[in-house]
Design a protein around this ligand. Structure first.
Ligand code: NAD
Length: 331
C-alpha cells in the first residue's frame, strides 16, 4: 500500500533548496522527491510512479511522457515551457502549468533602475570616483528627468508596472503595443514610428518571437529623433546588436541599459563593453529572494491543485481541457 496518497517528483532544479516545495506538498500529504536527471532513461526511471512532476531544464519528450502512466501534471518553474513536449502532454491528458508572473515587480524595477542610472549617469560617476576623479563636469550634459517621454515597446504586465514606477518622476509614458485590448491608464498608445520618434527613453517589454526578432535595427535607430536611452530587459535578439553598436558609435542614441543580449554572456571583444554610456547586468531582472521563493511555492501549488482536483493557476496547454487524466471538477 502507498504510504502517501501522491508522489511528486522534481526532475531537476538549480535552486539552493526545495523548502517551499516541501511545505506545499506536506499540506496534502504528498511525498516529494528531488532528482537531478536529464537523460531520457534516467527521467523515465525517476518519474515512472509519479503523479505529478516539477521541471526546470530536463527535456520531457513524448518518449518520456509516454512511459509515465500516473502523471497528471507537469509544472514548469517559470514562464517558458520549451522543456516539455506540449503536443504529447496534451495527447496524453497531462496538464502543463507555468508561473508567468512571479517577477513582474523585479523586472520592472530593474528597467526603471537602468533608466535612472543612465539618465543620472550614476554608474559612470561611480567608476570615475573609484579611479580618483572627483569632477562632475566629466559627466555633463545631464538632462532633467521630469518632462521627458518614456516609450514602451510592449505594454503588458511588466511594461505597465514600469510606467507606474516612472510616473512619479514626472515622465510622460507612451507605448506601442498592437495587441492591447484596453488602453492602460495614464499611457498614450501610439504607432511604432511615433514611439521611436518621440521618446527620450525607450524600454522594451514585448516577447521575443518571429515578429519581434530584430524589431530594432538600423532603420529604426535612424528614426529615433531624440537620441534616446534604450533599455532592454526583455530578450536580447529583439535588438539587432550590430546595428545597436553602430548606432552608439555614430551617436544616434545617447546610451543603452542592457539586462539581456543576443549572446549571453557577451564576447570579451564586444565593443559595447568599453563604452561609458552602456551599462549591463547579467540577465538578473527576474531575481529577488522573494520572487524565487514565490516561484517555487506557486510551481509546487500548480501540481498539488491538479492532484486534489482543481485547475492550476496557469494552464499552458488549454487543449487538454476535457481529456485530462486527473479528475478535475468541471473538466
Ligand atoms: P506580457 O505578455 O504581459 O506583455 C507583453 C506585451 O507585449 C503584451 O501586451 C503584448 O501585446 C505585447 N507585444 C507582443 N508583440 C508585440 C510587438 N510586436 N510589439 C509591441 N508589443 C508587442 O509579458 P510580460 O510579463 O510583461 O513580460 C515581457 C517580457 O519580459 C517577456 O516576454 C520576457 O521576454 C521578458 N522577461 C525578462 C525577464 C528578465 O529576467 N530580464 C524576466 C521575465 C520576463
Amino acid at each position: 500500500m502507498k504510504q502517501h496518497p501522491y508522489q511528486v517528483v522534481i526532475t531537476d532544479c538549480d535552486h539552493g533548496s526545495i523548502q517551499e516545495e516541501k511545505e506545499e506538498c506536506v499540506q496534502i500529504g504528498a511525498e516529494l522527491a528531488l532528482f537531478q536527471v536529464r537523460e531520457e532513461e534516467d527521467l523515465i526511471r525517476a518519474c515512472k510512479e509519479a503523479d505529478g512532476l516539477i521541471n526546470q531544464y530536463a527535456l520531457l519528450t513524448r518518449r518520456v511522457l509516454e512511459q509515465l502512466p500516473n502523471c497528471k501534471v507537469v509544472a514548469r518553474y517559470g514562464v517558458g515551457v520549451d522543456s516539455v513536449d506540449l503536443k504529447a502532454a496534451t495527447d496524453l491528458g497531462i496538464i502543463v502549468a507555468n508561473v508567468p508572473d512571479y517577477c513582474i515587480e523585479e523586472v520592472a524595477s530593474h528597467a526603471a533602475a537602468l533608466i535612472l542610472t543612465l539618465a543620472r549617469k550614476t554608474a559612470f560617476f561611480d567608476r570615475m570616483v573609484k579611479s580618483n576623479q572627483w569632477d562632475f563636469r566629466q559627466g555633463i550634459p545631464i538632462g532633467r528627468i521630469s518632462g521627458k517621454t518614456l516609450g514602451l515597446l510592449g505594454s503588458g504586465k511588466i511594461g505597465l508596472e514600469v510606467a507606474k514606477m516612472i510616473f512619479p518622476f514626472g515622465v510622460k509614458v507612451i507605448a506601442y503595443d498592437p495587441y492591447l485590448k484596453e488602453v492602460p491608464e495614464g499611457i498614450e498608445l501610439k504607432d511604432f514610428d511615433a514611439v521611436l520618434k518621440e521618446s527620450d527613453f525607450i524600454s522594451i517589454h514585448c516577447p521575443l518571437n518571429d515578429s519581434t526578432r530584430h524589431l530594432i535595427g538600423e532603420k529604426e535607430f535612424k528614426k529615433m529623433d531624440k537620441k534616446p536611452l534604450l533599455i532592454n530587459t526583455s530578450r536580447g535578439p529583439i535588438i539587432d546588436e550590430k546595428s545597436l553598436i553602430q548606432a552608439l558609435q555614430e551617436g544616434l542614441i545617447n546610451g543603452a541599459g542592457l539586462d539581456v543580449l543576443e549572446k549571453e554572456p557577451p564576447d570579451s571583444k564586444n565593443p559595447m563593453l568599453a563604452m561609458e554610456n552602456v551599462i549591463f547586468s547579467p540577465h538578473v531582472g527576474f531575481y529577488s529572494e522573494e520572487s524565487i521563493s514565490e516561484l517555487k511555492r506557486r510551481t509546487a501549488k500548480n501540481v498539488l491543485d491538479v492532484l486534489i482536483g482543481r485547475w492550476p493557476g496557469s494552464v499552458v496547454n488549454q487543449g487538454v481541457k476535457g481529456k485530462t487524466r486527473a479528475s478535475i471538477s468541471h473538466d
